[in-house]
Design a protein around this ligand. Sequence first.
Ligand code: SF4
Ligand code: SF4
Length: 719
Amino acid sequence: MALRIIIGLVLTAVAAGIAGRRLWWLVRIGRTGQPAPERIEALRQHPGQQGETQVTEVIGQRKLLQWSVPGLAHAFTFWGFIVLLLTIIEAYGSLFSRHFAIVLIGTWAWVGFIEDLFAVLVLAGIVTFAVIRLTTDPKRAGRRSRFAGSHTGAAWLVLLGIFLVIATLLLYRGAQINSGQFPYPHGAFASQIVGHWLHPLGAANAGIATTFILLQLAVILAFGVFVTYSKHLHIAVAPINVLFSRRPNGLGPLPPMRSNGKVLDFEEADPDSDVFGIGKIEDLSWKGMLDLATCTECGRCQSQCPAWATGKPLSPKMIILELRDHAFAKAPYLLAASEDARAALPDAARAEAERPIVGDADARGVIHPDELWSCTNCGACVEECPVDIEHIDHITGMRRYQVLVESAFPTEAATMLKNLENKGDPWGMGESRRADWMTDLDFEVPVVAGKIGDDVEYLFWVGCAGALEDRARKTTRAIAQLLHAAGVSFAVLGPAETCTGDPARRMGNEFVFSMLAQQNIETLTEAGVRKIVASCPHCFNTIAREYPQLGGNYEVIHHTQLLARLLADGKIKPVTPIEEKVTYHDPCFLGRHNRVFTPPREIMEQVPGVHAQEMHRCKERGFCCGAGGARMWMEERIGKRINTERIDEALGTDPDTISTGCPFCLVMLGDAVAAKKGAGEAKESLEVVDVAQLLVRSVQPAGTGPGPAGDGAGATGRP
Ligand code: SF4
Ligand code: SF4
């Protein structure tokens, strides 16, 4: 008895020492990151919201269960380990007393049943994981495997470890039954089966029980140590990462630039002491560092990334893993007590410290520029990540440093930035062209001069594309016609409107963004604007969710939301049937980033004759058109074009029309359809339209033709 107590306690002390040392090392690395007081503040202000996510995401496994088979397998394993904490208490108790039972509940049959039930479910879970890993082995499936790039060897070790935990558990419990030491008279069905197998061994069962109690503790302790050295650290840190994640999720607004925990003021910023984005690993906040430690390498993000799916080097998972590996390799430098200590480090450690965070192979960069600039900010990775890692924040942080400090970004995007600074729109067409779209309307659209009128309900935020891009202008005119027909009073800013700054911000040029945003907020405030309807999801997202960071607070609605409401209220009446099969494409910044999935579909439902059909990747799982993240203004030189991939999927539904709710999607998908038509792969009649254009055609009496055409004098597509 004394021997098993000594062995058990010595094993525990050794394991606790090794794991504790490793955890302290990880904490010290995290503390080299930037402060993130806003995360603490968010938790202080919304404890209920953060608590709810602990219940739904951590305990309820909400995001994991969206992938039913692996989700259920993970949920069984997770819940199993919570339940099996009871068996760990029992194993430790058995070290001291052969007849140990947990106080009060330790002999209840249903407790024994639940313990055994979850032991079996955990076994079922790991068998499922093993089958998934075998069938999606990256060695065979290549890039198509979500595990491509993950540490698959460690994953197999963990599966083996979990199997040994359950196997030793059932063996010692079975032997306990035969030696009269088992606390549960009934209920522990699996233990009883194992006990039945071991029964012929007679008196040896007492020794078998002792052996497997010690082995069970040894396996659990070894597993506990291994966890701190592997991706399975997420078992410990995922709940903390979820607790400090942005709510309602890491989508929608980008966080403002922070330096030393404070929002950066460009007028007062000091280039020598302030942090401008992420230029080195310690520029990440501690929350960013926590993201790196939390990644489970599950590859869900990678499997949904449009850049990865089209053969580009970007994988959101690999971004996190590359940063994590670099942080660990740079740790001796980060944790060195002094400059002398740093100078005394081995060459390899100092070389790691000198690696630029972004750079090509020659520069030994941690992240290749092609990875960094392939991101469309579509948010699919953030949406999928079961542990709430905020990939877009990391990518934006690195872009900010590249643009603001290094001036290193795709050259073709420089024209867009110059146009924004000089002309206030990405095409450089200037304010004088912003009212051109309304010239041939048969009613007058008021342009705000000074204060917006008391009788005007909405400011219609037209957006640069809506005002200047020839195809998007058709949508703008359709929206104006529908609002006019419904009797909604609205006005526009006309020449006083400038770009919201979204493309600059998504590229990383926070300086140009804040300049444009402040100018717009000033204009809107002077005009006394309170309610805005925006036709562009990027404008919608920026004004509704990013301008509040700069003091601009408005009630913002997307045109599909307003039109759906007007239809529901009977203020718009579609009459002319449109007998077409229509496939709707979810714009990322309308759908995933802002959860507007239903209104565009409601509009389509109301149009008589329309047969709506969904693409496989829709709603939360919608696939990007390729324009976001300022990608609209960059060449797409690597892999298949994202818009072509999307149109290939749309063509699979054999549509007559592809509809959307975003001018950028309209342009990107329109370009892909034109290319398909040119190659004879799509029917000539196939069109890409905004749902507003679809609706306006139905509202007009039959025979009056499609909505008003563009005048052909605007910009087309990319500059
Ligand atoms: S935001 Fe979209 S494109 Fe960017 S890494 Fe995530 S999934 Fe890929
Ligand atoms: S970032 Fe999230 S989704 Fe991607 S591999 Fe890591 S845990 Fe999985």
